[in-house]
Design a protein around this ligand. Structure first.
Ligand SMILES: [Zn+2]
Length: 537
């Protein structure tokens, strides 16, 4: 059995349904017709590091411990997350334990790569140039796809200067990754699973919505275009080519799963969560801070200042009284929050609300409940209907890393509302998203939604509808089951899409629990600086 897992990063359920109805995604349409099709729920938060980590380990986020691109410094060691800081046994180890060879091509959060029975091309959430193992594969891929990158980051490509050019780059990247996958087929005559992710659909969604959607507040008729759809079509085409190539190479019909790690919605309004918390009296900013020195020779002083501000209740108050200490810049750093007087704050993306550690608010269950109800009462900026579904930690997380999880997560019922966590002084809590500024939130006009897609067809798949509520976290067990394997402790497979099978053989693999340093201090500082506008560091 050959299983292909083809990832359309960030492919949105509603948009895909529309494009299927218009006949514009023929590969996906064929899988949906011959097999199973339906929604695939992302993780909460619906962010790339978390969703792909759940895909790879089959674990709830509190099981693998990855909630963000970087950890919340108030909930453990401050670091940029990677495969080395993730708990659980990745899918390639479980497959290997069952004697199945696999290839993982540009799947996010596979860096640093580890050697296993197969090929790995590290993906997004690592260095720009992928690291490829084994050496023979690195040479073969470098020869056939010279200069391959994990993803074409929009800021580096200066997308706002010529969006047509940037979209062409995204499409060319799809073909390059397709060629890297075909190289894996040639290298691996006995391949059991190939998993690949195309980041191009994610970036096209973040940046192309204002051009595609005439109702988008930032839509400019003079700068409209359907590049977003063209990128979806390119990935659909390459998925079709890979299914054909696998059939030809291995002489049998492969099982094909096309999936996405989260959805993607246009942003019509931004909800500035930290501004709301500040006005409600739950969050305070420091008036004096040494965080300006973080990128200077006084880095150690800034780090000590940040640590004291995060862990004590007296330091922020004291420093506020010292007149010659500078004021924080307008785009305040994380440590410019006066945690000694803060009972709740929003961190990173995906609507994550953390309750104050230094103030003890984190352990105040009554406060958490009151705050959740206050959030639930916030009206939609246009309709006035209650906007947020507020998820409580205990209802969504289970696993050894639950202490690192946010206490509340805000999920807008209207996903055109973006919950953001920057620490600037915003004139309003809700703002119409009518200007796209690359200097803020990369100029994104689209953002992640919770609902992605899954289509599956071929040997081992039962045709039909995928039930609502099926989750990305279930895919590891689903892929294992297609090879007649199971593993204890994983979220269960999506049974409805699986044909009747014999009893699965149970496999086990060593779980990671390392805390190794992957990036140098300089690399970490650079990555965090780029993430700052998303509400990190
Ligand atoms: Zn993603």
């Amino acid at each position: 059995m050959r299983v292909l897992v083809l990832g359309l990063d960030g492919a949105d359920r509603d948009l895909v349904d529309r494009l299927l109805a218009e006949g514009r995604l023929p590969t996906l349409a064929r899988l949906a017709r011959d097999g199973a099709y339906g929604p695939l729920r992302s993780t909460i938060p619906a962010v790339t590091p978390t969703a792909w980590s759940s895909f790879l380990t089959g674990l709830n986020p509190a099981g693998h411990g990855i909630f963000n691109f970087s950890s919340n410094p108030n909930r453990g060691r401050s670091r940029v997350e990677s495969a080395a800081s993730r708990s659980g046994a990745p899918l390639w180890r479980l497959l290997g334990a069952g004697g199945v060879r696999s290839a993982f091509v540009t799947v996010p959060f596979t860096y640093p790569p580890e050697a296993f029975d197969g090929v790995v091309v590290s993906g997004y959430g690592g260095p720009e140039r992928p690291e490829i193992l084994p050496e023979t594969a690195a040479r073969a891929i470098e020869e056939r796809v010279p200069g391959l990158v994990t993803a074409h980051h929009p800021m580096k490509e200066r997308w706002w200067e010529d969006f047509g050019r940037y979209a062409a780059t995204l499409i060319a990247h799809v073909d390059q990754i397709g060629e890297a996958c075909r190289t894996c087929f040639d290298l691996e005559p006995d391949l059991g699973v190939l998993a690949v992710d195309f980041m191009s659909t994610d970036f096209a969604g973040h940046l192309g919505y204002a051009r595609l959607d005439p109702a988008h507040p930032a839509h400019d008729p003079a700068a409209s275009g359907d590049e977003l759809v063209q990128v979806y079509q390119a990935v659909d085409r390459v998925c079709g080519e890979l299914i054909d190539a696998a059939r030809e190479r291995y002489g049998e019909e492969p099982t094909a799963i096309i999936m996405s790690d989260h959805g993607m919605k246009p942003i019509y309004w931004t909800f500035h969560a930290n501004e709301w918390l500040r006005r409600a009296g739950h969050l305070r900013y420091r008036r004096r801070s040494l965080q300006r020195f973080l990128r200077s020779g006084l880095r150690k002083v800034a780090l000590a200042d940040g640590r004291l501000a995060r862990t004590t209740t007296w330091y922020g108050r004291l420093l506020d009284l010292v007149p010659f200490v500078p004021r924080p810049p307008a785009d305040r750093a994380f440590a410019d929050v006066d945690f000694g007087r803060t009972r709740a704050y929003c961190f990173a993306t995906g609507g994550q609300i953390y309750l104050g550690e230094a103030t003890g608010a984190r352990d105040d269950a009554a406060f958490a409940e009151r705050l959740a109800r206050d959030f639930e009462a916030i009206p939609h900026p246009e309709t006035g209907e209650p906007l947020f579904e507020v998820l409580r930690k205990r209802d969504i997380y289970h696993g050894p890393h639950i202490d690192r999880a946010p206490e509340l997560v805000l999920i807008p019922r209207d996903e055109r509302v973006h919950v953001e966590s920057s620490r600037r002084d915003w004139p309003d809590v809700f703002m119409h998203h009518d200007t796209l500024d690359p200097e803020h939130f990369y100029g994104y006009s689209g953002h992640h939604g919770v609902t992605g897609i899954i289509a599956a067809a071929g040997p081992g798949i039962r045709p039909g509808t995928v039930p609502e509520g099926s989750e990305i976290t279930q895919l590891a067990a689903t892929v294992l089951r297609l090879h007649g394997l199971s593993s204890a402790g994983l979220e269960p497979p999506i049974e409805t899409i699986l044909a009747e099978a014999d009893e699965a053989v149970s496999v086990a693999a060593e779980s990671s629990d390392s805390d190794a340093d992957v990036y140098s201090a300089d690399e970490e500082a650079g990555i965090l600086e780029r993430l700052r506008d998303l509400g990190y560091e």
